[in-house]
Write a protein that binds this ligand. Structure first.
Ligand SMILES: [Zn+2]
Length: 152
């Protein structure tokens, strides 16, 4: 099924721009990020991304979206995981220092433990968020020819 982009823009009733018609702007962004955070396919929102704690499905069984598009694709998820971990650890340590004034040793034990455990627990959500962000900024993800699902 080959259609020109010009045709899609003019008629706006093809599979290519159906997802964009339903949700635009901030609503579309929130929907994509929410799906990612809930570990669901960013395109159709139906299928879970993971088959085990760490192993992802290669493709969505519903819409066929390939999750890992190329080797190293999930490097962005590592940045998300790292950033969220650092922000939470900094805010948490400042909050604890302000309200309870723990000793330095207590702070170190707590936040080293947090920075060790949290990224493992957040790993799946970081990948889901990365898929949502990628679908948001690179709409080709949502417009691959094998598209069957709808955004919504
Ligand atoms: Zn899907």
């Amino acid at each position: 099924m080959q259609e020109s982009n010009e045709h899609s823009r003019l008629t706006s009733k093809t599979w290519r721009d159906a997802p964009r018609q339903e949700k635009r702007g901030i609503r579309r962004a929130l929907a994509l990020l929410w799906r990612g955070a809930c570990l669901r396919c960013p395109r159709c929102g139906v299928r879970s991304l993971f088959r085990t704690w760490f192993a992802m499905h290669e493709r969505c069984a519903v819409c066929g979206l390939r999750f890992e598009r190329e080797q190293g694709y999930f490097l962005g998820a590592i940045y998300i995981n790292y950033g969220v971990t650092v922000v939470l650890a900094l805010l948490g340590s400042f909050a604890l220092e302000y309200w309870t004034r723990p000793s330095l040793a207590q702070q170190l034990v707590l936040w080293i433990g947090f920075c060790t455990v949290f990224p493992v627990l957040f790993f799946r959500h970081a990948r889901g968020l990365w898929l949502g962000i990628d679908a948001l900024f690179d709409p080709r993800t949502a417009e691959e020819p094998e598209h069957k699902g709808r955004l919504g």
